[in-house]
Design a protein around this ligand. Structure first.
Ligand SMILES: Nc1ncnc2c1ncn2[C@@H]1O[C@H](COP(=O)(O)OP(=O)(O)OP(=O)(O)O)[C@@H](O)[C@H]1O
Length: 798
């Protein structure tokens, strides 16, 4: 420390932007950097985005350090290249980033020393004279038309990623950028490109020339994202001609739009290649290239197409690459096709990757209870707002959507649905014609649907990135939102891994109790009533008057109950399986009264002693996770439970009906796809999560169950190396500790088997199906035997 002389200049970013021209270099803003001999030119750390919750507080700070040893300039990685623009957060996570930087293998820098200096100043030290209003878009010397069209859409201040990208993009630098979901990446490249195109067009007669070739090419991995980017650019700069090209629709419209002359082409790689081959799209005049969601290109198998397109671009151009992660292929692209790129990272490895304002819940379910719980979750957590439910497969998306439609208007969105229908569905959802969209991961990335209140991960995502992108469909543009992860008992550990990988915390909670569902549906009905037209009300007033006279508030309550779909009283349901007609009880034993190890077997034994009918009918039994409590929860049919609750119990034991599940013990291996394909890589848990995630992404691409443009490179992975992890059968039984088969579990078996063959048969040859049947039987037998070890009674069920 003593040997270091540190000069820190902290300057409000507005002083940068208020200069007459935005075409400034950092050195002009911080003259000390270039003028003073001690200033070690290039020793610039621009902490471009210190985002407050409201994206409000931003400062740029230049640190001129007199010591070579301690200076970020000497970090020879691309991330910390002399002109890198990094957030404070990114700098905190610098060590991890530099590992995965483009110039791997070179010497690192003393991150600890650097951090200690950070601490002295405080990583987010308030900027003297910083004023949010100084950053408003109107004062940035942008084209007036652009400012007005942004203003019309309520966009008056730059978001952090936009602030961070603006200056270097205007300087013509190539960029690699990373920011959290929903934080405005599209306009981050959109605004500078539009500004430069507009300036170039000023006074040019030929700017509207028919047949002109595109100057901007934006590559997006999915049709939906491409359309969205096009919309954002078109709405921001309607005076430019923007054309979107993607597969699944006729070529003619796209070709004639291109032939009329175009400024910006946004598209998916497959269709772009087709149009190039057809000579309808010529890229010889492209000055700006944007690769949006570059890692996703890899995941959906667009590597070759992207490279082919990049080869066809003029070498003199500006390129901007946006990517959530940096798989090897993306690094390779950056090395090969970007010119001395500047890295803008507003995420960093240590931080939560989700936008702030997204509340996360994890809710235990079983495969049989999922659907019932789902509609309750939507009722209680979305409260009539927009919800996106994510499934793993197209089939599930269809089925879940169909099942929901009985109670809530919903539609499915996945890759097998025609492009036109997908667009109709998305528009309907945007306009609020229906409130629940059930989608595969095709919809997870990039879709910007305003005001989505709730995301439900009906099935666990395959990797942390998918979780982040799915969840990022809510809480956009600084708004609040909720994401709920549904998991089964055997997936609890996976949920914990997810927390670690994403850097987030779930609130573990039970499925909504019936009371909550009733209250929420009453609230929604009341809200709907408020929307009834006053004229319509007049027609019903006499009847309402009569009813009120006869029944008082009962009349209104009856109407609310009916409109909520509860004309009949709700039946009780299990908290474990959510099946109707069942209740969940908790047995607790005081510590002095236990004989040996308290287990599921002790529970059945206990029930046999107290009330044999209960032992015969008991459903699933789970031990309570809290070590200080000797207890278990179990399901019983409602009538049996009532009788049991009236029985005299041996001293030290108590049984009660519960309305919320306590935390239960974990059993069995995780049953999901999460990180499965990266197990080998993960074995050495040494790499940072950025590094790990590359491997996840690469492998994940191979099994995408619903990728865009028909890029389906793997079948449904029911059978994996040594497990049946996605098989719908048996997953429950894997962790079932129940001593006996109950009515519940036997019905489960049939249903699941049907689902299994229904799912598998269309995808497999007859011989494979036979093999699957055999394996299925073997597993079933193993389960029975396992249970018979556990509880001799099970054998009698054979
Ligand atoms: N400066 C701004 N002020 C207000 N709203 C903005 C601003 N910039 C962008 N938005 C809005 O925020 C929303 C999210 O922007 P965008 O889709 O570009 O985010 P993103 O970072 O690309 O998200 P994702 O990673 O999910 O693709 C859009 O509706 C956009 O219009």
């Amino acid at each position: 420390m003593a040997a270091t002389s540190t000069t820190t200049a902290t300057i409000g970013v507005s002083s940068l932007y208020r200069t007459p021209s935005l075409d400034l270099s950092a050195r002009r803003v911080f003259p000390c950097l270039s003028d003073k001999p001690h200033s070690c030119s290039g020793l610039l750390k621009v902490s471009a985005a210190v985002a407050s919750k409201r994206f409000g507080s931003l400062c740029l700070r230049a640190d001129c350090r007199g010591s070579r040893a301690r200076c970020p300039m000497f970090v020879p990685s691309a991330v910390a290249s002399p002109n890198s623009v990094l957030s404070e957060e990114a700098f905190q996570g610098f060590r991890g980033l530099s590992k995965s930087s483009l110039e791997e293998g070179e010497e690192g820098y003393d991150a600890d020393a650097y951090e200690s200096e950070e601490e002295e100043e405080g990583p987010f030290s308030a900027t003297a004279g910083h004023d949010e209003n100084e950053l408003d878009i109107a004062s940035l010397n942008l084209p007036q038309q652009l400012v007005s069209s942004l203003e019309k859409r309520g966009i008056t201040h730059l978001f952090p990623i936009q602030r961070a990208v603006l200056l270097p993009a205007l300087e013509g630098r190539d960029l690699i950028a990373r920011a959290k979901t929903g934080t405005g990446k599209t306009l981050a490249f959109g605004i500078p490109i539009i500004k430069r195109l507009s300036e170039a067009d000023e006074g040019r007669k030929t700017s509207r020339q028919s047949g002109r070739l595109p100057r901007v090419l934006v590559l997006a991995p999915t049709r939906e994202l491409a359309k969205q980017v096009e919309k954002e650019i078109d709405e921001s700069a309607p005076y430019l001609s923007t054309v979107c090209v993607y597969g699944g629709v006729s070529y003619n419209v796209q070709k004639s739009a291109l032939s009329r002359g175009v400024d910006v082409v946004v598209g998916t790689p497959g269709r772009i290649i087709d149009l190039i081959n057809d000579n309808s799209l010529r890229l010889g005049e492209v000055e700006y290239l944007v690769l949006d969601e570059a890692d996703r290109m890899l995941a959906v198998g667009f590597e070759e197409d992207v490279e082919l397109i990049l080869e066809k671009l003029p070498s003199k151009r500006q390129s901007m690459l946006f990517s959530a992660t940096m798989p090897d292929w993306v690094k390779k692209l950056a090395r090969r096709y970007l010119n001395d790129p500047l890295t803008v990272d507003l995420v960093g490895d240590q931080d939560e990757k989700l936008a702030e304002g997204i509340k996360l819940y994890a809710i235990p379910t079983t495969s049989t209870s999922k659907r019932t719980i789902l509609s309750d979750l939507i009722m209680v957590y979305a409260k009539g707002g927009k919800t996106i439910v994510f499934t793993q497969t197209k089939r599930d998306a269809d089925e879940v959507s169909m099942a929901l439609t009985n109670s809530i208007a919903s539609e499915a969105l996945h890759g097998d649905i025609s492009q036109h229908q997908r667009e109709r569905t998305l528009n309907g959802f945007r306009q609020g014609k229906f409130t629940v969209l059930v989608a595969t991961d095709v919809a997870a990335r990039g879709l910007d649907i305003p005001n989505v209140d709730l995301i439900i991960h009906y099935e666990l995502p395959n990797d942390p990135e998918t979780f982040v992108h799915r969840s990022g469909r809510t809480g956009r543009a600084g708004k609040e939102g909720t994401a709920i992860l549904m998991f089964t008992s055997s997936q609890r550990r996976t949920v914990k891994s997810l927390e670690r990988d994403v850097g987030c915390r779930f609130e573990f909670t039970s499925p909504p109790a019936m009371q909550e569902v009733l209250e929420s549906s009453a609230e929604q009905v009341v809200a709907t009533l408020q929307g009834v037209h006053s004229e319509s009300i007049q027609y019903f007033l006499p009847a309402a008057q009569r009813l009120t006279d006869e029944l008082g508030t009962q009349a209104l309550a009856a109407a609310l109950a009916h409109l909520s779909g509860f004309s009949q009283p709700p039946s009780s349901h299990s908290l474990i399986s959510h099946e109707q007609g069942w209740v969940t009880l908790q047995l607790t034993r005081e510590s002095g009264h236990t004989r040996g190890f308290f287990s599921a077997r002790s529970v059945t034994g206990f029930l046999s002693d107290v009330f044999p009918a209960a032992a015969d009918e008991v459903g699933k039994i789970y031990m309570i996770a809290d070590e200080r409590v000797q207890g278990a929860v179990f399901d019983l049919p409602e009538d049996i439970a009532k009788e049991l609750l009236n029985k005299q119990l041996p001293p030290g034991n108590s049984i009660s009906k519960i309305t919320k599940l306590p935390t239960l013990q974990d059993d069995g291996p995780p049953v999901d796809n999460y990180g499965r394909f990266s197990n080998r890589d993960r074995g050495s848990r040494g790499g940072g999560s950025w590094e790990r995630s590359q491997r996840v992404s690469r492998n994940w691409g191979g099994r995408d169950s619903d990728s865009d443009e028909g890029f389906r490179r793997g079948g449904r992975a029911y059978r994996t190396d040594n497990s049946w992890s996605k098989s719908p059968r048996g997953s429950e039984d894997d962790w079932l500790i129940s001593g006996r088969r109950s009515r519940q579990s036997s019905s489960y078996g049939n249903r699941e088997r049907d689902a299994f063959f229904g799912n598998v048969c269309p995808k497999y040859e007859a011989s494979e199906v036979h093999a699957l049947i055999v394996v299925d039987l073997v597993i079933a037998l193993q389960n029975v035997l396992t249970n018979s070890h556990f509880d001799g009674n099970s054998c009698s069920n054979l």
